[in-house]
Design a protein around this ligand. Structure first.
Ligand SMILES: Cc1ncc(C[n+]2csc(CCOP(=O)(O)OP(=O)(O)O)c2C)c(N)n1
Length: 299
């Protein structure tokens, strides 16, 4: 991993605040998917700490003015993790937290995959893997052409990095020296199913160790690595990424799929699946909000 110096301006209270935001995001993910009986779990849970850091500390945004022209942009290229993004947006004040119960319902603004035509605050619709980073390249070029000091963040899955379009966009970003563009790869080493193999949960990981670093470097990007669940380190690496050096930056975030829920961590089959009542009770206890016994929680 790259050495990341502690961020001098961030004190322990701020780290604790952001860790708590990440916990609230995870709680909202589990509650929302449980309520909808649909949605993704593993990928949103692995991304929660980074979403908390971006939306509650790093990005220059105005939740009460979502179309503010000078806002930093965020594209969830791994759009199937929408419930995590919706949780972050709701907690940050873009829309009421109570609206999360409409997730995945017909006519809801909170579709299973992000739809920017419905929900203010979304900078891009996504869900078809591989496409978000191309949009990010366009936004970064647009910011340059219009002279705006805007950063563009794009979150990708490691499985998503198997898509050819990712590398077409990566070539273009490097060719134009788009140093306001920051890609973040949620490197949880699992995808939806994967092939049986020698990785976590007996599955073949999308990449061999070091492969992502070598590939992004070869494509002309500055590559930084971080433990994607260590808030202090996440803030430090994102601060480093914000200082352009003439190249686009990718942060390879080492994460655990299903992070925070004991029986989901590291298991590909929790990519997306409905939660049974006893599993829900365990998940809530894992996240620090045990259900009262009368609700069917542990006695
Ligand atoms: C082009 C395309 N092919 C297939 C899918 C179906 N799909 C949704 S999520 C997923 C696995 C993604 O794995 P990864 O990018 O590693 O995401 P994470 O593990 O963070 O959830 C697949 C194949 C899709 N959404 N888009």
């Amino acid at each position: 991993m790259s050495a990341t110096a502690p961020v001098a301006t961030v004190d322990a209270a701020e780290i604790a605040r952001l860790d708590e935001v990440a916990r609230q995001i995870r709680l909202a993910i589990v509650r929302t998917v449980n309520h909808a009986r649909a949605g993704h779990l593993g990928g949103p849970l692995s991304a929660a700490d980074i979403l908390a850091a971006l939306y509650f500390h790093v990005m220059r945004i105005r939740p009460d003015e979502p179309a503010w022209a000078d806002r930093d942009r965020f594209i969830l290229s791994k759009g199937h993790s929408s419930v995590g993004l919706y949780a972050a947006l709701a907690l940050r004040g873009y829309f009421p937290v109570e609206e999360l119960v409409t997730f995945d319902a017909a006519n809801s603004r909170l579709q299973g995959h992000p739809d920017m035509t419905r929900l203010p605050g979304l900078d891009m619709s996504s869900g078809s893997l591989g496409m978000g980073i191309s949009a990010g390249v366009g936004m970064a070029l647009g910011a340059r052409l219009t002279g705006r000091d805007v950063r563009t963040y794009v979150m990708l899955g490691d499985g998503e990095c198997q898509e050819g379009e990712v590398w077409e966009a990566a070539m273009t970003a490097a060719r134009y020296g788009l140093d306001s563009l920051v890609a973040i790869v949620d490197h949880n080493r699992l995808q939806q199913y994967g092939w049986p193999g020698d990785g976590p949960d007996g599955r073949m990981p999308p990449q061999v160790p070091g492969e992502l670093v070598a590939k992004w470097s070869a494509f002309g990007w500055r590559v930084l690595e971080v433990d994607g669940h260590a808030m202090q380190a996440i803030l430090a690496v994102l601060e480093e990424a914000a200082h352009g050096d003439g190249r686009p930056t990718v942060v390879i975030a080492h994460t655990i799929k299903g992070k925070g829920v004991s029986f989901m961590e590291g298991h590909y089959f929790w990519h997306t699946r409905a939660i049974k009542p006893d599993e829900f009770a365990i998940a809530m206890a894992d996240l620090g909000e045990p259900l009262p016994a009368t609700d069917g929680g542990p006695r």
